[in-house]
Design a binder for this molecule. Structure first.
Ligand SMILES: [Zn+2]
Length: 71
C-alpha cells in the first residue's frame, strides 16, 4: 500500500526553517541563500513568513532599505 493515510507521511511543502509542513493559506517567503543556490543544503526554498523574518535584514538589504524609508 503506497499511502497509509498518516499525516506525517504526506510529502507536502515544508518550511526550510522549522521543517514543519506549510499549510494552505499560511504566509510564506521564498528564500535564496547565496551559499545554497539550488536548495541542496536545505536552506533555499519556501519558508514560513515568520520563520524567515530573522533573515530578512541579512538577505534583502535593498528591500530593507525601502521598508525603512517608507516608514
Ligand atoms: Zn517554519
Amino acid at each position: 500500500m503506497p499511502f497509509d493515510g498518516r499525516l506525517e507521511d504526506w510529502d507536502g511543502p515544508r518550511c526550510k526553517g522549522c521543517n514543519e509542513l506549510i499549510e494552505e493559506g499560511q504566509p510564506t517567503t521564498q528564500m535564496h541563500f547565496a551559499h545554497d543556490p539550488d536548495g541542496s543544503l536545505g536552506m533555499s526554498g519556501t519558508w514560513h513568513g515568520e520563520c524567515s523574518r530573522p533573515y530578512w535584514d541579512k538577505l534583502t538589504p535593498v528591500l530593507q532599505r525601502l521598508r525603512n524609508s517608507r516608514f
